[in-house]
Design a protein around this ligand. Structure first.
Ligand code: HEC
Length: 198
């Protein structure tokens, strides 16, 4: 067949002549397209723009779940009474886990697994740098401190309750005086107020 002869390449091996049998054009173009797609995909999802990528998507879904989960307690107010409730009220038992989990996920690298401190201050003693009352903990978590050495979290948590529950967890670490913790920083403050159920 003449077409077959045209396809023969110059190359022969062990007396066998090789076909020049190129991949079909559509296949090659498909390959080129996947490369282009990969490049666009990378630029879109992995170039560090906020709100894209799986982490942002995860946060959005988590946000929806949180709204459902927090349905019964609603959006908490960042005041002393609420934080005390979050620390001691039996009804908040399951929500305390949210604060603890948030701390363990986001804060341990600077404040230590037990709050003993590291880059950030020790949370287990009675000394604080910018905290006088419980509600200050929420505002430091939300807005950060020391020009971002303590990063602001208000745009990173999927629900405002998370900062309050994390503040309650941090407040509960006070007085545990973990052995080998970072030396005290700041000033000694008066004890947290007593919680009286209302
Ligand atoms: C990148 C390190 C880093 C991470 C992560 C971090 N912090 Fe901090 N944090 C700091 C530093 C540093 C300070 C001290 C700021 C200053 O000098 O006032 C601080 C201070 C604080 C304070 C005030 C302590 C005081 O004595 O005034 C609180 C409360 C706090 N962090 C909570 C948190 C929580 C909650 C998280 C996690 C959601 C967190 N931090 C994550 C570094 C960090």
């Amino acid at each position: 067949m003449s077409t077959q002869n045209e396809l023969l390449s110059d190359h022969a091996y062990d007396g066998i002549q090789e076909y020049d049998n190129p991949l079909p054009g559509w296949w090659k173009w498909l390959f080129v397209l996947t490369c282009v797609f990969a490049a666009l995909y990378w630029v879109y999802f992995h170039s560090g723009v906020d709100g894209r990528g799986i982490h942002a998507e995860y946060d959005r879904h988590l946000g929806e779940v949180m709204v459902q989960r927090f349905g019964e307690i609603g959006v908490l107010e960042p005041n002393e009474q609420t934080i005390l409730k979050a620390m001691y009220d039996p009804a908040f038992e399951k929500y305390r886990k949210v604060g603890e989990a948030t701390y363990k996920t986001n804060c341990v690298q600077c404040h230590g697994i037990a709050g003993e401190g590291g880059v950030g201050p020790n949370m287990t003693d009675n000394y604080y740098k910018s905290i006088k009352g419980l509600e200050d903990i929420v505002s430091v978590i939300q807005n950060g401190a020391a020009n971002g050495a303590m990063p602001p979290w208000k745009n990173r948590f999927s629900h405002p309750n998370i900062a309050i529950l994390t503040a309650a967890y941090i407040a509960s670490l006070r007085g545990t005086n973990v052995a080998g913790g970072k030396a005290a920083e700041g000033t000694e403050i008066s004890p947290w107020p007593k919680y009286e159920a209302k």
